[in-house]
Design a protein around this ligand. Sequence first.
Ligand code: NAD
Ligand code: TYD
Length: 352
Amino acid sequence: MILVTGGAGFIGGNFVLDWLAQHDEPVINLDKLTYAGNLDTLASLKDDPRHLFVRGDIGDRELIARLLAEHRPRAVINFAAESHVDRSISGPGEFIQTNVVGTFNLLEAVRGYWKELEGEAKQAFRFLHVSTDEVYGTLSADDAPFAETNAYEPNSPYSASKAASDHLVRAWHHTYGLPVLTTNCSNNYGPYHFPEKLIPLVILNAQAGKPLPIYGDGQQVRDWLYVKDHCAAIRRVLEAGRLGETYNVGGWNEKPNLEVVHTICAMLDELRPRADGEHYASQITFVQDRPGHDRRYAIDATKLSRELGWKPAETFDTGIRKTVAWYLDNQDWIDNVTSGAYRDWVATQYGA
Ligand code: NAD
Ligand code: TYD
């Protein structure tokens, strides 16, 4: 079996669902269930004996050691993190605690387990750390996309904490020989995305008749990857990645934020037109920019495609259509995640 951390979140949840749709290999899913963790995402696995959910913290070394000793997984995949840049600006402490200290404790528990493995089990064991392109900092319009050889230049408390965790993972390989793999992926979108992030926030606000907040001039560029393509990349790296290597994962889909929002609005105009006949784009509202806002991210995923043959299955056009349709069809999931804690965040971040 495999142990996944953060598997009640957006990407981890999609990963667990896809994994069990494709394999019978069981998954232990360790998640703290912060505001971003949601068991509704895993509702279809409720009575599935291949899925064991454990509520817990990656920083709880004894718990992890106990789970590893009891279930003896062949791999650990670490998705668990605090992941939202805006929250890292208003409260960086949790980011240091989970992303840095938590990853350290997880690595130590895994090292203790791996050290005692023998023969084939030791050879085959993998620790895969899921990270972000944001560790590389920001690009100008004419810079080449981030390659694995770019220097780390994180700019936000979030990206700095992820960069720190990547460095710990690297060091545990070089110093202790822990068999690690790291992936650095661009912005994901798709089903089960918590609506504090741009794409689901815009889909939900549009239908609720609320403003669609664009930070600054809306010309910041992100490279968007459909979440299921990211999950496929992780499975491929787990299967065949070279030990100690990092792999950039990206969609070859650079888009300015304003264009992304206009695309979503046009899709909603078509699929769920406003009762008053107005366009959803009329709800676009420019708001104060994010402090230290990175201007452009772009990923060069050549290494992953050359060495491991991975390519995204979705273009932005096909992926965003599936995503908008999913949000229109899954009102129950939305109602559950947009309760208490979510409303508090929206009130704090966007005011009245
Ligand atoms: P998310 O915020 O949706 O989910 C994070 C999950 O981790 C939640 O279920 C949460 O409950 C859990 N968690 C948080 N702290 C924990 C702790 N201390 N112990 C155990 N569980 C804890 O995040 P996501 O978007 O699914 O991102 C998953 C991973 O992928 C993160 O490491 C993130 O840095 C990375 N990543 C995200 C993106 C993106 O666009 N979302 C892109 C590249 C990389
Ligand atoms: P986000 O989804 O938070 O991801 P990240 O900051 O990790 O890239 O934001 C994506 C882009 O959208 C980013 O440039 C910030 C911008 N943005 C807005 O313009 N308005 C919003 O309300 C949010 C949440 C993000």
